[in-house]
Design a protein around this ligand. Structure first.
Ligand code: AHR
Length: 511
C-alpha cells in the first residue's frame, strides 16, 4: 500500500477555472465530420443531417469550445468552398489527409451544430496557402452585421445575424515541414502580425491565437515562439501549444508520468512569452491556447485497407487514426487535464484533439451506434465539476521511478473550489500499476461536510490495463462509485485502487 498526503488551503488559489480549458476539436479529417457529427440518412440524423446520438454524447462530454475546421486541413482550405447552396459547392482534393473533401459541411453547418451542442466556436484561418485578404474577409463574412459584400453574402446564404465568432486561430502548425505552406518563424511572424491587424480592423473584439510549436521536440521549439512573438506580441492574445503522447516500448510508468512533460512544456512556453514581454516592455500578457492535446498512438497513418497519402486512391472520409483507448490511456488523460488545470493562470484555452472518431473520446460507426471511449470519463467529469477557483495542492506522495522522467509522484491531483455552490472537487490519479494508494486530504480554511460525488475509473473485473470500450462492449471501462471516502474534521480519507482515476466532491463551508 502506498500513501499520499494532500493539503489544500482556501487562501492558496491559482486563479479562476478557465472554462475554455474543456475544449475539443472538429477537423475535416477522417470521419470526424462525415459519419461523425454529420451523417444525413443515419437513423439518428436530424433534419440538418446532424447525428443526434453524437450530439447527445458531445453535450454529456461537456466540451465548452470547439476548434474548427483544422488542423493540417485548414492550411489548404478555401473557406468560401463551404458556404452557399450545398449543390454548388466544389469537391476538392485535400492534400493534408489525401482525402476528397465534398464540402457538404461548412461554416453555416458548423455554426448551427455548435448552437445545438451549446459550444463556442474557435475558427482557424488558412495562413498556409492563403493570407491576410482571405482571413479578414472571413471575419467580415462571419461577424459584420451587414451592408458590405461579405456580410451581405452571409445574409444571402441564410444567416441574417452575424455569427459573432470571438476566438480565431492564425493558421495551424506552420512550423512543421509537413504543413501545406510551411514557413520560417520570421515569415510566419510577419504574416500573423499583418493578418491579425487586418482581422482586428474588421472586428476589434476578436481574440487571436498565434501558432506556437507543434511540439516541444521540434528543432525550432523556443526560437519559434520567441521570433513569432517578437513580431506579433502586440497583435495576438495567445500562443498555441500542441502535444500528443503514447506509451512506448511497454514503458507504462513513463507513460503514466507524461504530465511531467506537459508541465515542463507549459512552463517553458510561459518563460519564452514573458521574456518577449519583458524585452519589448509590453504591458499586456499573452497567454496559452493548448489547442491540440491527447494520447495518440502514432503508428503511421496507413493501415492495410486504408493507405494514406500514397498511391492514387483518393477517398471521401477514410478511417484515419481511429485510436481505441484503454484504462491506462484514461488515467494518463486525467493527469494531462490535471496539468492543464494546475496551469490555469496561463493556459486559458485547451482543446482535446479530436471530438469524434479521430483520436477521440467519442466513436461512431456509419449507419451504426455511437459510444464513449475510456478517455471520455475524466474529461466529462472535470468539465462538469471543475468550477470556481483552482486550488494549489501541496502533495506529499510516495514516488514511482520512471525511465523518462526520473522520480514522479505516485498520486497526481488537481482541485477546485466553487464558492457559489460551496463545493471542493478533487481529480486524482494513482499511477501505480499494482498498488492501491491511501490518500489523506487536509482542507485548511474549510469545514467539509457531505461527500456529494465519489467515482473511480479502474481496471474492470476480469479485465486488464488494456481493456477498452468497443462497438460490441461499449461500457467495459467507465466510472463506478468509489466507496469508503470519509470526512473527519478538516480531513478527508480515501483509497485509490491501482491504476485509477477518481473524482471526489465534497460540500464545504468556510472553516
Ligand atoms: O489532430 C490531428 C493533426 O495533428 C492535426 O491536423 C494537426 O494540426 C496535428 O499535427
Amino acid at each position: 500500500m502506498s500513501t499520499a498526503r494532500i493539503t489544500l488551503d482556501r487562501d492558496f488559489t491559482i486563479g479562476e477555472v478557465p472554462r475554455r480549458l474543456f475544449g475539443s476539436f472538429v477537423e475535416h479529417m477522417g470521419r470526424c465530420v462525415y459519419t461523425g457529427i454529420y451523417e444525413p440518412g443515419h437513423p439518428e440524423a436530424d433534419e440538418n443531417g446532424f447525428r443526434k446520438d453524437v450530439l447527445a454524447l458531445t453535450k454529456e462530454l461537456g466540451a465548452t469550445v470547439i476548434r474548427y475546421p483544422g488542423g493540417n486541413f485548414v492550411s489548404g482550405y478555401n473557406w468560401e468552398d463551404g458556404v452557399g447552396p450545398v449543390s454548388g459547392r466544389p469537391r476538392r482534393l485535400d492534400g493534408a489527409w489525401h482525402t476528397v473533401e465534398t464540402n457538404g459541411f461548412g461554416l453555416h453547418e458548423f455554426v448551427e451544430w455548435s448552437k445545438l451542442a451549446g459550444t463556442e466556436i474557435m475558427e482557424a484561418v488558412n495562413l498556409g496557402t492563403r493570407g491576410v485578404e482571405a482571413a479578414r474577409e472571413l471575419v467580415e463574412y462571419a461577424n459584420h452585421p451587414g451592408g458590405t459584400y461579405w456580410s451581405d453574402l452571409r445574409r444571402a446564404n441564410g444567416a441574417e445575424k452575424p455569427f459573432d465568432i470571438k476566438l480565431w486561430c492564425l493558421g495551424n502548425e506552420l512550423d512543421g515541414p509537413w504543413q501545406i505552406g510551411h514557413k520560417t518563424a520570421d515569415e510566419y511572424g510577419r504574416l500573423a502580425q499583418e493578418a491579425a491587424k487586418a482581422m482586428k480592423f474588421v472586428d476589434p473584439d476578436i481574440e487571436l491565437v498565434a501558432v506556437g510549436s507543434s511540439g516541444s521536440g521540434m528543432p525550432t521549439f523556443g526560437d519559434w515562439e520567441h521570433t513569432v512573438l517578437g513580431h506579433a506580441y502586440d497583435e495576438v492574445d495567445y500562443v498555441s501549444m500542441h502535444a500528443y503522447y503514447q506509451e512506448q516500448d511497454g514503458d507504462a510508468p513513463s507513460f503514466l508520468a507524461t504530465s511531467i512533460d506537459t508541465d515542463q512544456f507549459i512552463e517553458s512556453v510561459v518563460s519564452t512569452i514573458d521574456a518577449v514581454k519583458a524585452r519589448g516592455r509590453h504591458k499586456k500578457t499573452v497567454n496559452i491556447s493548448f489547442d491540440e492535446w491527447n494520447v495518440w498512438y502514432q503508428r503511421g497513418l496507413d493501415t492495410p485497407d486504408q493507405p494514406h497519402n500514397v498511391g492514387k486512391t483518393w477517398r471521401e472520409h477514410p478511417r484515419l487514426i481511429e485510436d481505441t483507448y484503454n484504462v491506462t490511456d484514461a488515467v494518463v488523460v486525467g493527469t494531462l487535464l490535471n496539468s492543464l488545470l494546475r496551469h490555469g493562470d496561463r493556459v486559458k484555452i485547451a482543446n482535446q484533439a479530436q471530438l469524434v472518431n479521430v483520436i477521440a473520446p467519442i466513436r461512431s460507426e456509419e449507419n451504426g451506434p455511437a459510444w464513449r471511449q475510456s478517455i471520455f470519463w475524466p474529461f466529462a467529469r472535470m468539465a462538469e465539476l471543475a468550477r470556481g477557483q483552482i486550488l494549489r495542492a501541496a502533495v506529499n506522495s510516495d514516488r514511482i521511478d520512471t525511465a523518462k522522467f526520473g522520480d514522479a509522484d505516485l498520486v497526481d491531483v488537481s482541485s477546485t473550489w466553487d464558492e457559489e455552490n460551496g463545493r471542493v472537487a478533487l481529480f486524482l490519479a494513482n499511477r501505480s500499476l499494482d498498488e492501491a494508494a491511501d490518500v489523506e486530504v487536509t482542507l485548511n480554511g474549510f469545514a467539509p461536510g457531505r461527500v456529494t460525488r465519489a467515482e473511480v475509473l479502474e481496471v474492470p473485473e476480469g479485465g486488464d490495463r488494456f481493456t477498452s470500450n468497443t462497438e460490441a462492449a461499449q461500457d467495459q471501462v467507465g466510472l463506478r462509485p468509489l466507496a469508503g471516502v470519509s470526512v473527519e474534521g478538516t480531513r478527508m480519507s480515501l483509497r485509490l485502487p491501482p491504476l485509477s482515476w477518481a473524482v471526489v466532491e465534497v460540500e464545504v463551508s468556510r472553516g
